[in-house]
Design a protein around this ligand. Structure first.
Ligand code: 1HN
Length: 348
């Protein structure tokens, strides 16, 4: 029976009575809440050209003083997701620009964040009390409730990076706020005491068995190290084995953030990679190279700085169009959260 017919048989005064008691006939919504066979998808596959977005960022820097904006960010707003500012159903991507001499003041909040640097040099992100240099391709974490500010110490050209946040999940959960000065997370105090740099993989600062491992032991993943690791792995891989490496928490082996996983895909010259069809949504940022992707009905040619939104269950193929140069893609997906919720699935 169609929802309209089911609706029609409800007497009007009964409907009014339910409403007055804050009750709702869920049987009218079942088709929307749990549609047969596959989910309702509002998020579309989308491609954002960095060249076009960059021009709009320049205009923003002329129109909006940093003091007014606090963060001068153009959100990658998926046109299907009208009720929230989001790139995929769970992930926000935004392009942030700061000019030489500017700084974005310190704040902290519930949503977890990370940044992928796209362009420029001379700026730092301060996470809690540590200055992290930002250079193209670097990945920098700001986990939940970590103080962060952005500072330009030297340099003459604007800096641009991709902000990556999970507020599309925190906002509908009604947990998102600036946590400011309040003491919200006791673990963090422990972290400040025990956190020290992990200089080489697998060699961690000593801690007694009674001490907890820091939840976020590494905040900075410089691109030169990532690139040389990918190139080293590629040298030992067969041509038909993808070069796909994920960033992991050095203490736990888990994803860097609770909600999002970060990985880098290297496409060797001419290589094509078909991603598994899965329940996770993915934001893809092109670190370097030139290529094209198919995401369901979207066909997009991309270059460095471009972003793609791959919705849940999308059919995704990435291809390096160069016959001589590698391409590198950062993939951010919500699989860790879906696994924790027990809802992650993929097709073989
Ligand atoms: C935020 O705090 C930053 O700290 C960037 O750089 C983008 C987008 C939405 C909400 C908070 C930042 C953001 C953001």
């Amino acid at each position: 029976m169609s929802p309209e017919i089911r609706q029609a048989i409800l007497p009007a005064e009964y409907g009014a009575k339910l409403k007055s008691l804050s009750l709702a006939p869920a049987w009218l919504k079942l088709g929307q809440l749990v549609p047969a066979g596959r989910p309702v998808r509002l998020a579309g596959p989308v491609h954002w050209s960095y060249r076009e977005a960059r021009a709009c960022l320049t205009t923003a820097s002329e129109l909006v003083p940093i003091e007014q904006a606090e963060r001068r960010v153009l959100g990658l707003a998926n046109p299907g997701l009208t009720s929230r500012l989001a790139t995929t159903p769970s992930i926000f991507g935004g392009l942030q620009l700061i000019l030489p001499g500017e700084h974005a003041p310190s704040h902290r909040h519930v949503p977890a964040a990370a940044r992928l640097i796209i362009e420029g040099a001379g700026a730092f992100t301060r996470v809690n009390d540590k200055d992290i240099p930002m250079l193209p391709g670097d990945l920098v974490l700001t986990p939940p409730h970590h103080w962060h500010s952005h500072h330009f110490y030297s340099g003459t050209e604007p800096m641009v990076w991709l902000d990556i946040l999970d507020h599309p999940i925190c906002v509908p959960m009604e947990t998102s706020f600036l946590s400011g000065e309040q003491e919200v997370d006791n673990d963090q105090r422990a972290e400040r005491e025990y956190r020290t740099d992990h200089v080489i993989p697998g060699l961690a600062p000593y801690r007694r068995p009674s001490q907890l491992a820091p939840r976020y032991p590494i905040w900075h993943f410089p691109w030169p190290k990532t690139e040389s690791a990918l190139n080293a792995v590629a040298a030992n891989r067969r041509k038909d084995e993808p070069v796909h490496m994920m960033f992991v928490n050095a203490e736990t082996g888990q994803s860097l953030l609770e909600t999002m996983a970060f990985s880098v895909l290297m496409l060797r010259p001419g290589e094509e990679y078909a991603a598994p069809t899965r329940s996770a949504s993915t934001m893809v940022s092109i670190i370097g190279g030139e290529g094209e992707s198919t995401v369901d009905e979207l066909h997009a040619k991309w270059e460095a700085g471009d972003t793609l939104s791959c919705p849940t269950f999308a059919q995704v193929v990435h291809r390096n169009r160069s016959g001589t140069k590698p391409a590198y893609l950062l993939l951010v997906d919500d699989s860790p959260m879906q696994v924790k919720l027990g809802i992650y699935s993929e097709e073989a």
